[in-house]
Ligand binder design. Structure first.
Ligand SMILES: C[S@@+](CC[C@H](N)C(=O)[O-])C[C@H]1O[C@@H](n2cnc3c(N)ncnc32)[C@H](O)[C@@H]1O
Length: 264
């Protein structure tokens, strides 16, 4: 087995990240960036380095799973969700189910929870269950904790901060319990083929699949399709797209904002 394959096997066994489902180029680029930072010249050298330096494993996990996110990322998408999609769902039923797949440190599910909290305050009969999942348990831990630095709050209004966050003595902001109670954070690998929840009214998987192979993206679209309720909505990242083999499973609702409904 060549050096690269040996390193990949080590990553799959130790970090439980299925490298073969990601584009090879992508894995190589991420590895090279860690090799530069650790002054290692070959995949072999790097493998020896990881084995000898336990803390490198976490850095490697971070490099492979890129966790960048923010509150109300792509505001236009949230505007449509708030004005059209969520009201449509609540017109049909009083309790809705949402899955945020690849939620990173939680800004995406918390953004949805803020919108929903305001809607539910205006009508006490409404309720929601949000499942928020990620493969990376470190970011999930942060999401559950719900503590954010002041710079993460830039897109939030004063009113939103006041309603949904507590300012901590160190200047950070903590999500209030009424938002946390709406969300169940759980580890989940999107490549497992098994949905983290079913009968979903809304499924968001945004900025997660850009590094997945075409085959893996198609598998995911099939899995998502089976997890959605017959009239459920699916939201992708702005730069993501449905492959030709699976695009007939969904009907565009707002093509620009990458919002689809399930085709029955
Ligand atoms: C760039 S973040 C996107 C966060 C958020 N959805 C957003 O759009 O702001 C991508 C997330 O996908 C997660 N991820 C990558 N591969 C995954 C997999 N196979 N299963 C579940 N999550 C995965 C990463 O851990 C990371 O937290």
């Amino acid at each position: 087995m060549d050096e690269f394959s040996v390193l990949k096997r080590y990553i799959e066994q130790t970090l439980k990240i299925q490298c073969s489902n990601y584009k090879e180029d992508y894995i190589k680029r991420r590895l090279l960036s860690r090799m530069r930072s650790t002054n290692t010249a070959t995949y072999d050298d790097y493998l020896r380095y990881v084995k000898a330096h336990e803390q490198e494993l976490e850095l490697l996990r971070n490099a492979l799973t890129i966790n960048v996110t923010e509150f109300f990322r792509d505001q236009d998408v949230y505007d449509i969700l708030k004005k059209e999609v969520l009201p449509d769902l609540f017109r049909k039923r009083k309790k809705i189910r949402i899955w945020c797949a690849g939620c990173s440190t939680g800004e995406e599910p918390y953004s949805l929870a803020m919108i929903l909290s305001d809607m539910m305050a205006a009508n006490k009969e409404l309720s929601v269950q949000i499942y928020a999942t990620d493969i990376d348990e470190v970011v999930l831990g942060k999401a559950k904790e719900g503590i954010f630095q002041a710079k993460a709050m830039a897109k939030l209004s004063e009113a939103q901060i006041h309603r949904h966050f507590t300012v901590l003595p160190d200047g950070n902001y903590q999500v209030k319990p009424h938002l946390k109670e709406m969300i169940r954070f759980r580890p989940h690998d999107l490549m497992s083929g098994i949905p983290a929840a079913r009968f979903l009214d809304l499924l968001t998987c945004r900025n997660v699949t850009i590094y997945f192979t075409e085959h893996q993206k198609d598998e995911l679209a099939l899995m998502f399709n089976s997890a959605l309720a017959s009239d459920g909505y699916y939201v992708m990242g702005k730069t993501e797209y449905l492959g030709r083999l699976v695009e007939n499973l969904f009907v565009p609702y707002n093509s620009l904002q990458k919002i689809y409904t399930r085709k029955t």
